[in-house]
Ligand binder design. Structure first.
Ligand SMILES: C[S@@+](CC[C@H](N)C(=O)[O-])C[C@H]1O[C@@H](n2cnc3c(N)ncnc32)[C@H](O)[C@@H]1O
Length: 201
């Protein structure tokens, strides 16, 4: 959690998680963009049973917080190549109450293309070889190639715990920060994709 806040996305462009898994990043993005207070969908709090609980005060605070909820006029969307994962993401998004703001589709990121001119922010957490399901070298090279060829005028950030993988991307990063994904040392790397992004070297 907190990856969206660490990214450079400012709620001012469409946001795509092209390998969205269960949809955590998408939900976090929608929470931030809508300015939802924590526990927004929760109806009961223990403190409501306190003897001195002030219903009117609680209602007025709730109203003022609800007033601060924002409209969003950009898209938050995700892809995942696994059909069952997409189904899970759809359920999670519904449970979080964001089905009107987030859409998810079964797609192989490597076969997708940005088909509009305006700016896009991509944020994701690619497989990092934990279950040896992907060949890290070709997979990360493919990420770099797809971003470069199909996603110009975008910013892409991804977090990986496979520190070696970054050298296969073939793009020059704009920013790289060290973080921990649980106990795993990770990097959040950000790339700026211009028309004809320069290859490293
Ligand atoms: C580490 S998980 C992402 C976890 C996600 N951030 C979450 O919060 O659940 C990586 C995901 O990438 C998906 N994936 C792998 N190859 C893909 C591809 N070529 N295109 C789209 N998704 C892919 C996997 O199905 C998996 O769900």
């Amino acid at each position: 959690a907190g990856i969206i806040q660490l990214s450079e996305w400012n709620c001012d462009s469409d946001l795509l998680d092209p390998m969205c898994g269960s949809g955590t990043f998408l939900i976090e993005a929608a929470m931030i963009a809508k300015n939802y207070p924590p526990n927004y969908s929760r109806n009961n709090f223990l403190f409501q049973n306190w003897k001195d609980f002030d219903v009117e005060l609680f209602d007025s605070i709730k109203k003022s917080v609800i007033k601060k909820i924002k409209k969003i006029n950009f898209k938050i969307y995700g892809y995942d190549s696994s059909h069952s994962t997409v189904k899970k993401a759809v359920l999670n998004i519904k449970e979080a109450g964001f089905e009107n703001y987030i859409s998810v589709k079964k797609e192989d990121f490597f076969n997708t293309k940005k088909d509009f001119d305006k700016k896009l922010y991509l944020i994701f957490n690619p497989p990092y070889g934990e279950r040896l399901t992907v060949n890290i070298e070709s997979f990360y090279k493919n990420i770099g190639d797809t971003l470069k060829k199909n996603y110009s005028n975008s910013t892409a950030s991804f977090i990986t715990s496979n520190l070696k993988s970054l050298k296969f991307i073939g793009l020059k990063h704009k920013r790289k920060i060290k973080l921990y994904n649980g106990k795993l040392e990770s990097r959040l790397a950000t790339y700026e994709l211009y028309e004809g992004s320069k290859k490293k070297n």
